[in-house]
Design a protein around this ligand. Structure first.
Ligand code: PYC
Length: 413
């Protein structure tokens, strides 16, 4: 038995352990400054410390840990993408997620449910077959299933021919999962802090000082600090932060809304997605239905929720599960989706020698948290773009080497 545990057992008082650090002074400079204390920034800090022994790191956030898109998504994890580059990348993330509760010593409620993407047209079936073949080729479990099998996988799903868009089949991806999203940020934050990383909440970055093609200082609302390397991981504000460093990103930012029902007895095991009806829904361990749809159709920086979105989404959910008609929606929210032209992220080196970027997550940032943290840490520690991140480099847009991933979006955006 570890000595610490024994000492704790014999104590008269049992002080609750602190999970995230109290506010401390900022130092004059750090080897690495990470902008953004969401899942990605904290995961990068964690793997920098764990895998590379780099702990002179400050993670800064204008708000609080996990208060941005990390806490504003629908927490779906899957690897059933369309391009080989995407499948390889998200598969590594799924595998890291599977061991993450043990790794972080925190239950992130990772729950493998299987993921069904319904096809209501011949064209959709063709795309699902294509994705299944690419997935299988790379060792990722995915297959096409038809209504008889679907009725077994999800007995509550309306499969009748009287539906407006009858279900013809689905892409079934058994490793598809959900997790407790904020726990992922807390776990990575705690793990990084325990290893010596500083986390500074309520510390907004307001600009960057530059000289000779490098960033030399990070200006914040608490003063200016020196930085050997800078990583920006600020999903939802990627273009704004990059512009402060003088980098122009090919990103359009749009709200992505979601909502959650009151808790219900468990009835929905798999995650169900319909591209034609523009919905995705899963049931959390608390029994709530977590539901989302398409992004709003116009660029906007606002986390507001609209009645229009809710009415449209719920109407479509009822086409799949008509018996939910009297269920109440409990809460609604929005995150900000940074959409790139090819629907793939922008990761790695930039035109500024010591400035690294983790951006352009569109609607799939949460599921990439472990792999982006691990691989961005490797990128910063070695100064080289890891092979798995190579397709996602920023300059692909200049060389016309885009990674077209739109066909793997859960719904149309
Ligand atoms: O990629 O699975 C997904 C997803 C669901 C909601 C937003 N993105």
């Amino acid at each position: 038995m570890p000595f610490g545990l024994l000492k704790y057992g014999f104590r008269r008082h049992y002080p609750a352990r602190r999970y995230l650090p109290a506010v401390t002074e900022l130092k004059d400079s750090y080897d690495i400054v990470i902008v953004g204390a969401g899942g990605h920034g904290l995961a990068a800090a964690y793997y920098l410390a764990r895998d590379h022994g780099i702990t002179d790191v400050a993670v800064l956030d204008k708000g609080y840990v996990g208060g941005g898109n990390t806490g504003r998504n629908t927490a779906i994890v899957r690897a059933n993408y369309l391009t080989p580059e995407g499948v390889r990348f998200y598969d590594e993330s799924c595998r890291l997620f599977q061991d993450l509760s043990g790794e972080l010593d925190l239950n992130i409620l990772y729950s493998e449910r299987g993921h069904l993407t319904l096809a209501h047209t011949d064209a959709a079936l063709r795309t699902m077959r294509w994705r299944a073949e690419v997935n299988k080729h790379l060792g990722v479990a995915s297959e096409l299933v038809f209504p008889a099998e679907l009725a077994k996988l999800c007995p509550e799903l309306h499969l009748g021919q009287d539906a407006r868009y009858p279900v013809m089949g689905a892409l079934y991806h058994p490793p598809g999962a959900i997790a407790r999203h904020d726990a992922v940020a807390w776990g990575y934050g705690h793990g990084a802090w325990r290893r010596g990383v500083e986390i500074h909440q309520k510390t907004e970055v307001t600009g960057f000082q530059r000289a000779n093609g490098r960033v030399t200082g990070v200006e914040t609302t608490r003063g200016t600090i020196g930085a050997g390397l800078v990583l920006q991981a600020t999903a939802g504000s990627s273009s704004v932060v990059a512009a402060m460093a003088g980098i122009k990103l090919p990103i359009r930012t749009v709200p992505l809304q979601a909502c959650v029902s009151v808790p219900l007895k468990p009835f929905l095991d798999p995650i169900v997605v319909s591209g034609s009806l523009h919905v995705y829904v899963s049931q959390s361990d608390r029994g709530e239905l977590v539901m989302g749809g398409s992004t709003d159709p116009y660029g906007l920086y606002a986390n507001r929720s609209t009645l229009e979105f809710k009415e449209g989404l719920i109407a479509h959910i009822l086409e799949l599960f008509p018996f939910l008609a009297r269920v109440k929606v409990m809460r609604q929210w929005a995150g900000m989706a940074d959409m790139t032209p090819d629907f793939s992220p922008v990761m790695g080196l930039t035109e500024i020698d010591n400035y690294y970027i983790d951006a352009g997550w569109g609607t799939w940032g949460f599921k990439a948290t472990p792999v982006s943290g691990k691989r961005m840490a490797e990128c910063l520690a070695t100064g080289r773009q890891p092979d798995i991140l190579s397709p996602f480099r920023l300059d692909r847009f200049q060389s016309f080497e885009q990674v077209g991933e739109r066909g793997a979006a859960s719904v149309g955006h």
